[in-house]
Design a protein around this ligand. Structure first.
Ligand code: GDP
Ligand code: MN
Length: 359
């Protein structure tokens, strides 16, 4: 999951990383109290390149801010309207650097990516960012000279970033630009006499989706609703994993003369809770008389699906008859669990469809 900038900045601030003071405008007429001008108004859309698209505007007073909010809330960027506008105390910029921390799943190492040419034109920079394998403790020596920053400035920042990265199960923490500023008041307010010189002016954060269970405080999306498409007039609900499997399930229903009530690819790694939520959502669709579950468990496990099914039967008194085709990891275990619960596994998808049609 990717965080929006204002969510990312909040995480950074709480982790002790210097970010500008900020406020959030929730709609086109919302001017939060206590703003110190000038501020930079930034469209909160889930894509980059906002600066070039007109989504970042510097304003000097409330009149300008009101005009900017009106404009920004109406401005679509790469197909997205903002959910909010972040207002940040404007910074004096000496230099814009690029600094990212990412998880390299191939090498199983955390890496630092850095470039002395940060900002909006990073793609056109004369050379690509340098990549350093990083143990989180020893900063690669040439990074300081490469970015032309003294170790006493950069090392503590890296330390804080590494801590934020690992404790929140991040896969990417990209700061572009990391601003070198002459003198600036940042949050969290420093008790040190000399103010920090480095400020994170933009942040892109990706959180590992598999860490959802450990990171309950992130704004995770509803598990299943995002992927589900409802088809009006259908009577047979379906759950499959993989878009191809979901489509072929629907095709099989249609070719047998039935009408699918929805499309749902519940994806890999689905646990019991997500599965119950999906069944509940489908069972509440108007007109549904039966549900087909067609799962080939690779990343997911048949026994977890079976547990989900059994839990759903117990928790959902109005659940329609469910016909199950289940293959893959832990199929035998699932068969036993389901047999004990009186739920048969059908020999094929076609068998499921034939039975579902009779309901
Ligand atoms: P992006 O285009 O979506 O990556 O949005 P950014 O947040 O990176 O903003 C784009 C550019 O706006 C930055 O590269 C900066 O040059 C500029 N910018 C952002 N915040 C400030 C600020 O506080 N003061 C000034 N002067 N410029 C800013
Ligand atoms: Mn940026």
């Amino acid at each position: 999951m990717n965080l929006l900038e204002f969510q990312a900045k909040k995480l950074l601030m709480r982790s002790g990383v210097p970010v500008p003071r900020s406020w959030v405008a929730k709609n086109a007429t919302h001017v939060p109290p206590g703003i110190g001008y000038p501020v930079v108004a930034k469209s909160q859309v889930p894509v980059g390149g906002r600066g070039k698209a007109g989504g970042v505007v510097v304003v000097k007073n409330e009149t300008e801010l009101r005009a900017a909010l009106k404009k920004l809330f109406a401005l679509e960027i790469k197909g997205h309207l903002p959910v909010a506008v972040l207002l940040e105390q404007a910074i004096d910029i000496d230099r814009e650097l690029y600094l990212a921390i990412r998880l390299n799943r191939d090498t199983k190492y955390i890496e630092i990516m850095a470039s002395p040419h940060g900002g909006m034109d990073i793609e056109e920079a004369p050379e690509k960012p340098s990549v350093y394998r990083w143990d989180g403790q020893t900063t690669p020596d040439d990074l300081f000279s490469f970015l032309n920053l003294p170790p006493e400035e950069l090392a503590p920042l890296l330390d804080t970033l590494h801590h934020a990265f690992t404790t929140h199960d991040l896969t990417l923490l990209e700061i572009n630009p990391l601003v070198v500023t002459p003198c600036y008041e940042v949050q969290p307010l420093s008790s040190e006499p000399s103010l920090p010189q480095l400020v994170c002016a933009d942040a892109k954060i990706s959180v590992d989706d598999n860490a959802r269970f450990r990171q309950p405080n992130f704004p995770w999306p509803e598990t299943t609703s995002a992927n589900m498409r409802v088809l009006s007039g259908g009577t047979i609900g379906c759950i499959a994993n993989g878009a191809g499997m979901a489509m072929s399930t629907m095709d099989t229903i249609v070719s047998a003369g039935g009408r699918p009530a929805n499309f749902l690819d519940i994806g890999g790694g689905t646990g019991e809770k997500e599965f119950v939520a999906a069944l509940k959502q489908i069972s509440e669709l108007p007109g549904v008389t039966s549900i087909i579950v067609n799962i080939f468990a690779g990343i997911s496990r048949c026994d977890e699906i079976a547990r989900g099914l059994i839990a759903a039967k117990q928790q959902l008194p109005n659940l329609q008859p469910v016909f199950v085709r289940l293959e893959g990891t832990n199929r035998e275990q699932a068969g036993k669990l389901l047999a004990e619960a009186g739920i048969p596994i059908e020999p094929s998808l076609r068998a499921c469809v034939e039975k579902a049609m009779r309901e």
